[in-house]
Design a binder for this molecule. Structure first.
Ligand SMILES: NC(=O)C1=CN([C@@H]2O[C@H](COP(=O)(O)OP(=O)(O)OC[C@H]3O[C@@H](n4cnc5c(N)ncnc54)[C@H](OP(=O)(O)O)[C@@H]3O)[C@@H](O)[C@H]2O)C=CC1
Ligand SMILES: Cc1cn([C@H]2C[C@H](O)[C@@H](COP(=O)(O)OP(=O)(O)O[C@H]3O[C@@H](C)C(=O)[C@@H](O)[C@H]3O)O2)c(=O)[nH]c1=O
Length: 309
């Protein structure tokens, strides 16, 4: 049994009580940030009947390979964590971003449909244009302003065009102890520099990827068939500038953070000015409680410190 495989054990809920999901779960893109968070939470919850597949073991662009995995495992749920997430680089690697973010999810949906498997797929606040400072609901028009957002929206549409047994979770500004993310970048830069300049006119909601992983397992454990698209981020809102200040405050670093306008910080890809999502639908459907962003930031940085990072 490889390090990615945990199966044929009973399932335990967060309180350690056995739960009979009667299901197998297969995770694609398992070595990315969210994939690693799902592994962490699965271990904490005692969920064993789950198979984590990194890209080298299952490329979502290889439909035959995915079909073989589903034929072998017959999972009730597939979780797709695989994506092209380099927002600026996507402007130059359009074909690659499109294939991973559109064709990959389409492949998964087609194979899931054949096996009556439910697909849980992750999308982004960057499907929105973000021109108007108003909470975004799932039915709001999506008009992405960069290649990453366009290809992610194409992935959503591809899934919805293939079958209905999907949960698409749009999330935003993910960070965690795992992978590369804004929190880890700021903590690294904060140890090297006395001053950091950060854009203050882009507003959104940071999301601790561990909280998202918990929400994904909550949806699975609910056994719900309320399929569709949902918004999930932490509670509250902030700018990248205020987020950076909070990271340094919680991390105990003395750094002068200088606010910038977007035009003063050149990036290849445009980013939405306001992409705060309304989470009423997911909270009401799954009776879900969502942590406030700053509380989760403290949890993450405490864990990073405890790991000596
Ligand atoms: N990070 C963020 O801030 C946000 C992310 N999201 C969405 O959340 C999801 C998870 O993101 P996150 O975990 O942060 O992203 P990561 O970039 O950390 O992980 C993505 C993973 O997908 C893998 N991958 C890429 N191409 C393929 C492929 N063809 N087949 C299989 N695996 C592949 C990557 O492998 P490798 O690294 O080897 O290429 C990587 O391990 C994504 O759908 C993303 O769009 C939404 C909002 C915010
Ligand atoms: C590192 C850095 C970034 N910034 C700005 C650039 C940008 O506007 C903002 C965030 O930059 P990053 O490149 O870290 O994050 P970015 O890749 O834009 O993050 C996005 O990733 C994709 C995958 C998503 O789906 C989104 O929800 C969102 O999380 O902060 C600064 O102003 N100063 C800095 O020193």
């Amino acid at each position: 049994m490889s390090e990615y495989e945990h199966r044929n054990f009973s399932l335990l809920d967060r309180g350690g009580v056995p739960v009979d999901l009667g299901s197998r779960i297969v995770v694609f893109g398992a070595s990315g940030q969210l994939g690693q968070c799902l592994q962490h939470v699965a271990i904490q919850r005692g969920i064993k009947n789950i198979l984590f597949l990194p890209e080298e073991r299952a490329n979502i662009l290889d439909k035959d390979a995915i079909a073989q995995v589903l034929a072998d495992e017959m999972p009730l749920y597939v979780i797709n964590c695989a994506a092209y997430t380099a927002v600026d680089k996507a402007e130059d690697e359009i074909e690659l971003a499109r294939s991973i973010n559109r064709d990959g999810p389409a492949n998964l949906a087609a194979v899931c449909r054949s096996h009556h498997t439910t697909l849980i797929h992750i999308s982004t606040d960057f499907v929105f244009e973000g021109e108007i400072p108003k909470l975004l609901v799932e039915s709001d028009p999506a008009r992405p302003i960069n290649i990453y957002g366009i290809t992610k929206l194409q992935g959503e549409a591809a899934i919805a065009g293939i079958f209905h047994k999907y949960f698409i979770l749009r999330t935003s500004w993910l960070y965690s102890e795992y992978g590369n993310n804004f929190v880890k970048t700021m903590l690294r830069l904060g140890k090297e520099r006395e001053e950091i300049a950060v854009v203050a006119d882009q507003v959104g909601t940071p999301t601790y990827a561990i909280d998202l992983a918990e929400a994904i397992f909550d949806i699975i454990q609910s056994g719900s068939s309320e399929y569709g698209t949902y918004h999930y981020s932490n509670e509250g809102l902030t700018s990248w500038y205020d987020f950076a200040k909070a990271i340094f405050a919680v991390g105990g670093l003395q750094v002068n953070v200088r606010p910038l306008k977007t035009f003063e910080y050149f990036t290849k890809a445009a980013r939405p000015a306001f992409s705060v999502m309304d989470k009423s639908k997911i909270k009401n459907t799954f009776a879900m409680k969502i942590p406030y962003w700053r509380d989760s930031l403290e949890t993450c940085i405490n864990r990073l410190n405890a790991n000596g990072e």
